[in-house]
Design a protein around this ligand. Structure first.
Ligand code: FPP
Length: 246
């Protein structure tokens, strides 16, 4: 297993969980079986992050574009989510994990939306880790919604245009109050951001692996964290500056 420096863990890990369909094809199964196996990988990864001491884990579970998939697949994903929430709520409580969401939650199927609200309420005092599910989420939509809300607030005299800076803007995003991701993992050998956390990932370290999401294990997570820890994050400064030499 790769060596991990406990003092330099990413505070926030975001994951684009890709490759469920290809995994199913490789195993001569239907796509939905791939998503089911993907839900297992979600369980393993949440537990691994919690054990490692990661503060925040954001999972891209359903994009705003995923609504365009065949109706049967959309329904199966909604059911899987509801089932996941049902089964995992007691574990989240036991592991002191708080559930949050980003995205257009009102668009989700009613039973999923209700379960989400229920589990969010149940876990709201937990403070060992945040599990943040991106659902019906698209980053361009998020940014547009923020701009529209700011314009509305400005019209109502609640926001002065002169006061708008990065901190103010961030308060209008779904991720308000969350740290930006330090590490993005995308599985399945695709090298894209796919409309995920575009504003928030300005300085995120990107890690791509060929492993398909249903095969993603704790060891793969450790490899991603080890790669992250080998990078020098400069945030636009010089190497000498960040290493304190000037
Ligand atoms: C991408 O694989 C994955 C999704 C669109 C859905 C992700 C859902 C899960 C991992 C399971 C349910 C989630 C939770 C939180 C319980 P793909 O279908 O695009 O794969 P492909 O590119 O190989 O076809």
């Amino acid at each position: 297993m790769p060596e991990i420096d406990q003092n330099q863990l990413p505070r926030h890990i975001a994951i684009i969980m890709d490759g469920n369909g290809r995994w199913a094809k490789q195993h001569a199964m239907g796509r939905i079986r791939g998503h089911k196996k993907g839900a297992q990988a979600v369980r393993t990864t949440v537990t691994a992050c919690r054990e490692l001491g990661i503060s925040c884990l954001t999972l891209f579970a359903f994009s705003s574009e995923n609504w365009g998939r065949p109706g049967e697949e959309v329904s199966a994903l909604m059911n899987l989510l509801a089932d996941y929430l049902d089964k995992e709520a007691p574990t989240m409580q036991k592991q002191e994990i708080r559930l949050t969401t980003i995205g257009d939650i009102d668009r989700l199927y009613a039973p999923v939306r209700e379960k989400l609200l229920e589990v969010q309420k149940l876990t709201r005092q937990n403070n060992k880790m945040v599990l943040n599910l991106a659902l019906s989420y698209g980053s361009r939509d998020e940014i547009l919604a923020a701009v529209k809300k700011m314009l509305a607030d400005s019209r109502e005299g609640k926001l002065s245009p002169d006061s708008v800076d990065q901190d103010v803007f961030e308060r209008y995003l779904y991720t308000s109050g969350m740290p930006d991701p330090d590490l993005l993992i995308r599985t399945s050998g695709e090298y894209r951001i796919s409309n995920f956390l575009l504003w928030q990932m300005a300085y995120t370290e990107l890690y791509f692996t060929d492993v398909l999401w249903p095969d993603f294990k704790k060891d793969d997570l450790l490899k991603a964290i080890a790669a992250y820890q080998s990078r020098e994050r400069r945030f636009g400064l010089t190497s000498d500056q960040v290493s304190g030499r000037k």
